[in-house]
Design a protein around this ligand. Sequence first.
Ligand SMILES: Cc1cc2nc3c(=O)[nH]c(=O)nc-3n(C[C@H](O)[C@H](O)[C@H](O)COP(=O)(O)OP(=O)(O)OC[C@H]3O[C@@H](n4cnc5c(N)ncnc54)[C@H](O)[C@@H]3O)c2cc1C
Length: 522
Amino acid sequence: MNSDRDVIVIGAGHNGLACAAYLARAGRKVLVVEAAAAVGGAAATAEFAPGYSVSACAHLCHQLNPRVIEELALVRHGLRWAATGLDTIALSATGRHLRIAAGGASVSGAGVSAGDTAALADFDARMKRFARLLVPLLDQRPPRLADSDWRDKLALARLGWSLRRMGRTDMQEFLRIAAINIHDVLEETFEHPLLKGAIGLDAVLGTHMGPRSPNTVLSYLYRLSGACTSRAVGIALPRGGMAAVSGALAGAAQAHGAEIRTGTRVARILVEHDRISGVELAGGEILRAGTVVSNADPRTTFFGLLGAGRLEAGFARYVKNIRMRGTAAKLHLALDRLPAFNGLEPASMGNRLLIAPTLSYVERAFDHAKYREYSPAPVMEIVIPTLNDSSLAPPGKHVLSAIVQYAPYDLRSGWEQAGEQYRDRLIDTLAQHAPDIRDCIIAAQVLTPVDIERRFGMTGGHWHHGELALDQFLMLRPAPGAAQYATPLPGLYLCGAGAHPGGGVMGSVGRNAAGAILSGAA
Ligand SMILES: Cc1cc2nc3c(=O)[nH]c(=O)nc-3n(C[C@H](O)[C@H](O)[C@H](O)COP(=O)(O)OP(=O)(O)OC[C@H]3O[C@@H](n4cnc5c(N)ncnc54)[C@H](O)[C@@H]3O)c2cc1C
């Protein structure tokens, strides 16, 4: 290949940056091309009103891979935490909240029984034992079942051994709950509705699923795997918002010699003699390299950039059928002063606040999304980051960031139409908990899944670039034939959330993809 670079990475999302950093660290000459004006993709900070900034999409770190932090020296490259080990407060409109302490094993608050307290400690320990089974699988390329080499066989043997070591009781319980859903598991374990609602929300956040949907035990364990590895950090706020994570990853990549070009959209992936030869930019410029790694989601990569005509029909069908219908929206508020939440002292408001009062409330909110309506009574994960990080707003002022479900990508009435009405509905929901919030608002921004798709280039605005479910997990993610980061086109690889293990600000996909490329195994 006549080129002064070895690898082009399409997209400077945090996974693209992680992949570039590992490849550059190993001596590859890497160029990252990013369509947006700034790096980070959905892990970014943006000003949404003059002087008020917020994590523009992802807002809490709870899964960032500690190996990525250490191996890429992210602290040396500027990553700082504004707060770590946040508690979760399950809000009640009457002010009788529950507080789940950092780590997730203990709960306090009005009406919590001794039975629930003991059950949570037991449940948390058991679920973490199960989640720990996933951890080694998330940190490596998924093992192949057919045509497996010694690495695949070793990974499968390790999994089998870990399952066996769990003992008969745990193994039976694992197999039993994996086949039901988080709703049933929580109903049989706890009494307090707020506790069930909060854990149920954790299982469905970012997915097109309600607590009664199949796969919700898997999605809960996936989330919990972060709690098993994040050590002291727990649920954390990066200082300066999520751009701090991406900025540190970009710093690491550049320190190892990678070049990053922002504001540079790739229009096409180029193929010559049945292998990858580079990319063509939107302006027509051709950039050559023998290896192209795509951080864009699988549908964008294969259909938008490569072209379905280059794919074998069966593989194209898999890609077409990937479920990637986003349901998470964002609400950002610039606040003149701190609103008063019913029964919540200001010192607690810097934690993670949830509106998910019962499992039925969450399930009913999901019901609307099934029929392409938004939930009139939405669930929310809320943070007021300025209570821990004054850099995001003028002195004495605040910003509020909320992830809101369920807001279906393909809303029947269209999002243009729903716009203001939807924003009012979200603020009304907040006002049930913080009655003076309307008086505090200086500016508001709502990002629907359609906005998220446009702004961050994620098809369907989907959190994981493709639903996280058993039929789209491990060696099936994103599709058979591309599940180990290599694709059917020699020289083309995937490194975005649509690949194994999935979404969330983890850096694991980028790390695993680089490992597969470097080992030549992919
Ligand atoms: C509403 C919402 C809230 C979320 N909240 C959280 C949270 O609190 N915590 C958490 O851990 N996770 C959260 N997530 C999930 C998390 O943000 C994503 O899973 C993660 O950021 C994906 O990272 P990525 O690098 O794989 O892909 P992306 O961040 O999507 O990056 C892909 C990059 O590729 C670029 N690109 C695409 N096409 C082209 C092209 N043709 N040319 C050049 N560049 C291109 C895009 O511009 C983008 O920068 C949330 C997701 C959503 C939607």
